[in-house]
Ligand binder design. Structure first.
Ligand SMILES: [Zn+2]
Ligand SMILES: [Zn+2]
Length: 414
């Protein structure tokens, strides 16, 4: 492998880079400038998790008379892999090899997310391959809409929500402000499990609007705690990359407002600060990771609030099968946390209008953006059903018959 083109810093796209480097890859890793910043946060955190897990498993293994367990990769591997990162601006042409050049376009999915337009010369002719990365939903706060690409010979695109439509962002926002108002009125706490990078900053952007716009201010005197050191670091990365915000958010910055900050916002970093939140009975909002409640400080907050009828838990992201978040949203009456059975008495809400992915209509609109139909359209990054359903939708609407990737290792002639 000569080089790597990275679309964005979500862990399902970048999480194995340190492993690649550990196994000998030392070529350049191209990504957008904002992705380069977020990538550092993600990979260091991931390495830390792998190290902790291996340490815990090793203790168990040694007691059982077995060999110690090696982490998938270490913090050192993560640091090594960050050394060859090459930040690239949207629209800048990079000559990655003699016959290969590429350009990044804004994918509107998370800060720094990119679509790659890749031009390959072979036998005197040039072909263009477009890799969608993950595509954002249109009209979302903070970020631009995904860039429409008009030409390609071959396209590889994501299909995460190829079979579904999202709830309108606006109705989720209205619901959130209602939940905050009613929960504060009955003296409870609103808990929001949230991914540290992306979703948390979008929530802050919306809460900033509640706090500072005239009219209905549901946040008067209400403290909003972001209880995740990673979310704090990611918010800093956002602040340093205002150039990637959408026009509305940039206008706020020009007016002198920091759209990710308001008077009652508090970032809690230390474990002590986090624990202190659980002894504090005043009504408040806590945003904490992880988004699916599988790890992190959110589990402590759930232990202290799930059993209280006055509190609310608001899910704002996808909850994968088998996760604690999924069990709670599906109506579990009790859950196990830290070896203790906890009753679920809090109000549980599931708001789906905050998705970072384009839905079926958004994906189709992006395909229709090609004024010259691509000869090959390859569907990836989705479960079997959404991929199949989206292939049908595309064929019906455009006449293009997409190629569905069924399994790893499949070869496609472009
Ligand atoms: Zn993603
Ligand atoms: Zn993804």
């Amino acid at each position: 492998m000569d080089f790597l083109i990275l679309s964005h810093a979500h862990i399902d796209h970048c999480g194995r880079i340190p492993l690649l480097v550990k196994r000998g890859f030392d070529g350049p890793i191209y990504c957008s400038d904002a992705t380069a910043v977020v990538l550092g946060i993600m990979l260091r955190d991931s390495a830390h998790i792998h190290e902790n897990e291996a340490e815990w498993k090793t203790r168990k293994a040694l007691r059982a008379g077995k060999d110690p367990v090696e982490p998938l990769y270490t913090t050192e591997d993560a640091e090594n892999s960050l050394k060859t990162v090459r930040p690239v601006r949207y629209g800048e042409t990079v000559q990655a090899a003699e016959d290969v050049r590429f350009v990044f376009r804004d994918a509107g999915h998370i800060l720094g997310s990119a679509i790659a337009e890749i031009f390959v010369r072979e036998g005197g002719a040039e072909k263009k391959l477009v890799f969608s990365g993950d595509l954002g939903a249109s009209h979302r706060p903070l970020l631009n809409d995904p860039t429409v690409i008009e030409e390609a010979d071959a396209v590889i695109m994501e299909t995460t929500y190829g079979d579904r439509l999202h709830e309108e962002n606006q109705s989720s926002l209205a619901a959130l402000s209602n939940i905050i108002e009613t929960t504060m009125a009955r003296g409870g706490t609103v808990l929001i499990p949230s991914f540290a990078v992306g979703r948390t900053q979008e929530l802050l952007y919306e809460l900033n609007a509640y706090a500072e716009q005239s009219g209905r201010n549901v946040l008067t005197g209400v403290k909003v705690y972001v209880d995740s050191p990673m979310a704090a670091a990611a918010t800093e990365a956002f602040r340093k990359n205002v150039q990637d915000f959408d026009a509305e958010a940039q206008a706020l910055v020009r007016k002198g407002d920091d759209p990710l900050d308001f008077a009652t916002l508090v970032f809690t970093n230390t474990t002590e600060e986090s624990k202190a939140l659980n002894r504090d009975e005043t009504p408040k909002i806590i945003i904490s990771a992880s988004g699916m409640c599988e790890a992190g400080r959110i589990r402590h907050h759930l232990k202290h609030h799930l059993w209280k009828r006055t509190s609310s838990v608001v899910f704002v992201g996808y909850q994968a099968e088998g996760t604690l978040g999924r069990r709670i949203t599906e109506g579990a009456k009790t859950v196990m946390l830290f070896g203790e059975e906890i009753a679920v008495r809090a109000q549980i809400y599931n708001l789906q209008g905050f998705s970072a992915h384009a839905d079926k209509n958004g994906l189709l609109a992006w395909v229709k953006g090609f004024t010259k139909k691509p000869r090959t359209l390859i569907l990836v990054h989705g479960e079997a059903e959404p991929k199949r359903a989206f292939a049908q939708t595309v064929e019906k609407a455009t006449g293009i018959r997409p190629f569905i990737v069924e399994h790893l290792g499949q070869t496609v002639e472009l």
